[in-house]
Design a protein around this ligand. Structure first.
Ligand SMILES: O=C(O)[C@H](O)[C@@H](O)[C@H](O)[C@H](O)COP(=O)(O)O
Length: 460
């Protein structure tokens, strides 16, 4: 397969990830922040304090993270997520098995074609599969393979033999059988791992989209294929979404994966997202709500897709173009700080919004003065420490600490003085009781100081 190294640069990526660690950062923060990774259990929230963003079945999943980001930030965050997993698996097991879907996902992977990833990832160790594929010639515009080839795979040095397209000369049934045979061979050769728990193939990463109807892969709501629990790969000839003939991984394979990401954008998905991540009773009926990998499930949402989530609406006012990150502390704070840096690059910082356990406070920072921004973050850190000391495990029962950090910038209208343009970033971090140790707290504080360092650095 021919490939070219892309040198695409996005104007919107004003603060490339490669610039971390930033020299302007608070010295205490960066070191500890990165050298002591935190491991957290499921995203869960203190139900006494505010409406839970995740429904019961989501919180049953071991590890669920949700990010709500502007589309460009989403692409930045997704690239980092994929790159981190690529690094993890290529160093741990010498291969990275990643499954792609169709739709807008490929476009959201575009930042992988930029520095630092395009040159630093071990592309030669990637093995690429499709979670689902339309049974059409590989050159057809409906082909998920063609979509990925044109948008990603032809631009990076993945060996052609590591890209596992379907046999497009076969019928849907034949193509599904053939694909499953191929997977079985790769499991035998240990290219693909096996789940000790289920015996199904354990891919390193499933990258999924979701349709407005809540379908994932080619597993559509109400279709009997959703229940398939023996086959690895099956076929459908009556797909509600054209083209009608497809092959698809089954849920046992999707859910045996180590990591899975759902990349979901647009208002048209808001109902389905709410149904799965909100409090709706219907969530179990939607295939997206059945995604539950053995490791972590991460949702990448844009504002439109998240617009019906209670938590998101609570946290962000209607005219707020904010980002919310729920989940792993490192990710939340790192992503927040990238966005904060972007925002403060060209907009004056006026307020800093902080929420702990859902109780939100907005503090004036007296304009773009470094000291006030820094002190505000310090106060937040103190508040967290106070809360931990005070509550122990009793106040919160399960000992959950939630930190929500957001920056709000505002530009007052010069005519009426009462219209505001808000942008911001929020990090919501949930720690299980077991994880709340002084060391973890110290690390969390260091992370906050890290953000403070960025504030200061940003306006220099
Ligand atoms: O085979 C398909 O029809 C698509 O692959 C489909 O399953 C897609 O992944 C979702 O509909 C999300 O698509 P968007 O992200 O483009 O909305």
């Amino acid at each position: 397969m021919a490939y070219t190294h892309s040198t695409l640069f996005s104007n919107t990526l004003r603060f490339p990830l490669s610039s971390f660690p930033n020299r302007n950062l608070h010295p205490l923060s960066t070191h500890l922040f990165f050298s002591r990774p935190l491991t957290f259990k499921a995203v869960s929230v203190n139900r006494k304090s505010f409406s839970p963003p995740l429904k019961a079945s989501m919180t049953e999943t071991n590890n669920v993270a949700v990010e709500v980001l502007e589309k460009d930030d989403l692409a930045v965050s997704l690239a980092k997520y994929v790159a981190d997993l690529s690094n993890k698996f290529t160093s741990e097991r010498g291969a990275f098995t990643v499954c792609l879907s169709g739709g807008s996902l490929i476009n959201y992977l575009r930042k992988l074609l930029e520095p630092p990833y395009v040159d630093s990832l071990e592309w030669s160790k990637w093995h690429v599969f499709w979670v689902d594929e339309r049974v059409v010639p590989k050159t057809h515009d409906d082909s998920n393979y063609k979509l990925a080839l044109d948008g990603l795979l032809s631009k990076v040095p993945i060996p052609p033999g590591n890209v596992y397209a379907i046999n497009d000369a076969l019928s849907a049934e034949g193509a599904a059988d053939d694909y499953e045979t191929c997977l079985r061979q790769l499991v035998k050769n240990s290219v693909i791992a096996t789940s000790p728990a289920s015996g199904f193939p354990k891919f390193d990463l499933m990258l999924l989209g979701m349709g407005p109807d809540g379908h994932v892969a080619s597993l559509f709501p109400g279709h009997p294929l959703v229940e398939e629990n023996k086959r690895w790969v099956t076929f459908i000839k009556d797909s509600p979404k054209p083209p009608p003939e497809r092959i698809t991984f089954t849920f046992p394979v999707i859910n045996a994966s180590a990591y899975a990401a759902l990349v979901v954008t647009g208002k048209g998905k808001a109902d389905a997202v709410h149904s799965v991540l909100g409090k709706s009773q219907n969530s179990a009926k939607l295939p997206a709500g059945l995604v539950s990998p053995e490791g972590e499930l991460k949702w990448f949402l844009d504002k439109g897709a998240a617009s019906k989530l209670t938590y998101y609406k609570q946290e962000m006012s209607s005219n707020h173009m904010g980002n919310a990150i729920l989940g792993d502390a490192n990710n939340a704070l790192l992503t927040s700080s990238i966005i904060l840096k972007n925002f403060s690059h060209n907009r004056p910082l006026s307020d800093l919004k902080v929420a702990i356990d859902g109780k939100t406070k907005t503090r004036k920072t007296n304009g773009p003065h470094n000291n006030s921004k820094y002190h505000m973050v310090q106060k937040l850190a103190l508040a967290i420490r106070f809360r931990e000391t005070k509550s122990g495990t009793s106040d919160h029962g399960k000992g959950i600490i939630v930190i929500s950090l957001s920056m709000v910038t505002s530009t007052h209208s010069n005519s009426t003085g009462d219209t505001h343009f808000f942008t911001g970033a929020a990090g919501l971090v949930s720690m299980s009781a077991a994880a709340v140790t002084p060391a973890v707290l110290f690390t969390a504080l260091a992370g906050l100081a890290f953000v403070a360092g960025l504030f200061c650095g940003a306006s220099r």
